[in-house]
Design a protein around this ligand. Structure first.
Ligand code: SAM
Length: 215
C-alpha cells in the first residue's frame, strides 16, 4: 500500500507534538518539513511517523518523534549555534539540528550507521554538518566550545569532557540513569556554575564509551 507521508507528517506535528505542548515554531516547522521516512529502512517506512521509536539496525533506534521535539526545543536554538550531537544514529535528529543551528558536529560510534546517515544527509543537501565515527563521550575538542550539546543515548553519569566543552550560557540535554531507564537532564552553564533540571523520565539505548557504559 502506498503511504501518504506528507499527511502522516502533518498529523505527527499536530497530534504528537503541538497537542503535547511543543511550542517552538521553528522546531514544529523543521519536523513538519524533514522527510523522516527517508531515514528508516524502506520495509519500516510506514511506521516513520508513528508515536514510537523504530529500529534502524545494529540494535539501535530512531527516537520517538515527541522525544526528538522535546530535546530539540530544550536546546533553545536560535540559528547561530555551534552544536555537538552524540549518537547520529539514522541522521534524522542531525537534520533537525542542521536546520535550526549554524554548524552541527555529529559523532556516532557505529561506522555503518554513520555512513548511511551521511549518505541521506548529503542527498538532502545539508552542507553544515561535520561527521565523525568515534566515541563521542570524549567530546570533540577541535571544535569546542559548543553552544549546544545533545546526547541521544543514555549515560550512567555526566561525561566530564562534554561539561568542559560546553560554552558559557551553553545548553546540554542528556539522558542520565541506569541501563534501562533514565531522566532527561538539561544543563545550562553560567560561568563556572552549572544549572541542572529534569525534563522527565525516558528510555534510551546505552551510551557506550570511556565516559559512558563499558560494553
Ligand atoms: N538521534 C538518532 C536518530 O535520530 O536516529 C537516534 C540515536 S540512537 C537512540 C543512539 C545512538 O547513539 C546509536 O546509534 C548508538 O550507536 C550511538 N552511541 C552510543 N554510544 C555512543 C558514543 N559513545 N559515541 C557516539 N555514538 C554513540
Amino acid at each position: 500500500m502506498a503511504h501518504d507521508f506528507t499527511l502522516a507528517r502533518e498529523r505527527m506535528v499536530k497530534d504528537q507534538l503541538a497537542a503535547r505542548g511543543i511550542r517552538d515554531e521553528r522546531v514544529l516547522q523543521a519536523m513538519g518539513k524533514i522527510p523522516r521516512h527517508l531515514f528508516i529502512d524502506e520495509a519500516l517506512a510506514g511506521e516513520a511517523y508513528d508515536d514510537h521509536p523504530v529500529p534502524i539496525g545494529e540494535n539501535q533506534t530512531i527516537s520517538q518523534p515527541y522525544i526528538v521535539a522535546l530535546m530539540t526545543e530544550a536546546l533553545e536554538l536560535r540559528g547561530n549555534e555551534n552544536t555537538l550531537e552524540l549518537g547520529t544514529g539514522s541522521g534524522y535528529q542531525t537534520a533537525i539540528l542542521a536546520e535550526l543551528s549554524s554548524m552541527v558536529y555529529t559523532i556516532e560510534r557505529i561506522e555503518s550507521l554513520l555512513a548511511n546517515a551521511r549518505k541521506i544527509l548529503v542527498q538532502l543537501e545539508y552542507d553544515n554538518i561535520v561527521f565523525k565515527a568515534f566515541d563521542g563521550t570524549m567530546g570533540w575538542k577541535e571544535y569546542a566550545p559548543f553552544d549546544t550539546i545533545i546526547v541521544t543515548a543514555g549515560a550512567p553519569s555526566l561525561p566530564k569532557p562534554l561539561i568542559d566543552q560546553l560554552a558559557d550560557n551553553g545548553r546540554m540535554i542528556i539522558p542520565v540513569g541506569d541501563r534501562y531507564s533514565q531522566e532527561l537532564i538539561k544543563i545550562v552553564r553560567n560561568g563556572k556554575r552549572l544549572e541542572q533540571k529534569s525534563l522527565g523520565g525516558c528510555r534510551f539505548v546505552n551510551l557506550i564509551g570511556i565516559h559512558g557504559w563499558q560494553d
